[in-house]
Design a binder for this molecule. Structure first.
Ligand code: TRP
Length: 335
């Protein structure tokens, strides 16, 4: 197995927010142009169906997320950027892996167990509302990763278990059918990667505390003014280490500016003034890409063309590899 291969997927069930940007999109775009790394970024639209049954939403989210990555400068010449559903080899591989996956392994999945527990606590049948997609979702995710022999998979810490499962499934397959798959490793972002939301908890769609990425300046400012602070008055010293506002600011500035803001907190900067500075900094970083984003949203055929091209490129290796895997399990011409 040859060069470092980075791969990550983005589920297409929502609108990109600042937390996605800082935690996943910005670092990925920075590596996307590194020619020494093979990078794969894809829109996990099959994953979206596990939770989202609103076709308009899945469709719209796919466009929004693709346009976001492109507007922010993803290097789609160097990196392979595609839509999961354009690679029929992925569901095909999912089946081969499904037949190698112990049901007991899936029983231990946190996401599935949490759903069962919610049902039990509510006094309902344990399986109420749980579809097979939720149950076997880690196998689809394993296929995404193993299809391209990814070695490094940047994910949030909530996805660690899924990476362990992918390794487990790959090892089992290798053990039985020969050495076909590289064992992937999770790359957990450190530092600023987890951005707090308006209420100070992790910024997440499920907490309803997000700041959408593509708000126009005025609305962006309004949202930032809503970030929760405390009742300390101007002139009273404030603790940066206990402030979501400071953490958010830190994700957008260098060490110098961070230290300056730390000092301003100690000197009792007014919350309104600090928020204004945070707004200006974020706006300054995003404004140059905003127009490009709107432009792509208005011209979805441009986005479509890029995805089609990426999908064809991804399939060049996927179809050859799939052929090899099919043969390995005994599915090959009879002559
Ligand atoms: N399950 C991931 C998430 O919710 C998204 C995803 C799907 C993914 N397939 C993947 C991430 C493969 C990394 C690799 O965040």
């Amino acid at each position: 197995m040859s060069k470092k291969t980075v791969l990550t997927g983005i589920t297409t069930s929502g609108t990109p927010h600042l937390g996605n940007y800082v935690g996943a999109i910005r670092p990925a775009i920075r590596t996307s142009s590194d020619p020494s790394v093979a990078s794969y970024y894809f829109l996990a639209d099959y994953h979206a169906l596990v939770k989202c049954r609103d076709p308009e939403r899945v469709h719209r989210s796919t466009l929004e997320i693709a346009a976001t990555w492109m507007a922010l400068g993803l290097d789609t010449e160097t990196a392979t950027f595609y839509r999961q559903s354009d690679i029929p080899e992925i569901p095909e591989l999912t089946w081969l892996l499904t037949c190698m996956t112990a049901k007991g392994l899936m029983n231990r999945s946190h996401a599935y167990k949490a759903a069962v527990q919610d049902n039990e606590q509510a006094g309902e049948d344990a399986d109420l509302g749980i579809n097979m997609g939720l149950f076997s979702y880690p196998i689809l995710m394993s296929a995404d990763i193993l299809m391209f022999n990814a070695t490094h998979v940047p994910v949030g810490s909530d996805q660690l278990q899924h990476l362990e499962m992918a390794r487990d499934i790959a090892a089992r397959f290798n053990h039985h059918y020969g050495d076909h798959f590289a064992l992937p490793e999770a790359v957990i972002d450190s530092g600023n990667a987890v951005l707090p939301g308006l209420d100070g908890r992790k910024m997440s769609k499920s907490y309803n505390n997000t700041i959408p990425l593509w708000l126009e300046s005025k609305k962006l400012r309004k949202h930032i003014m809503k970030i929760k602070t405390n009742s300390l008055e101007p002139g009273e010293p404030k603790d940066p280490d206990d402030s979501a506002l400071f953490t958010i600011y830190s994700a957008f500035v260098d060490q110098n500016e961070r230290d300056e803001m730390r000092q301003a907190f100690a000197d009792g900067i007014a919350w309104g003034q600090a928020k204004q500075q945070v707004f200006e900094r974020i706006d300054q970083e995003l404004a140059p890409s905003r127009e490009r984003y709107q432009d792509l949203m208005a011209n979805p055929e441009e986005v479509e063309a890029v995805l089609i091209k990426g999908g064809l490129r991804a399939r060049e290796s996927a179809s050859v590899f799939m052929q090899q895997l099919r043969a390995a399990v005994g599915i090959r011409p009879l002559k």
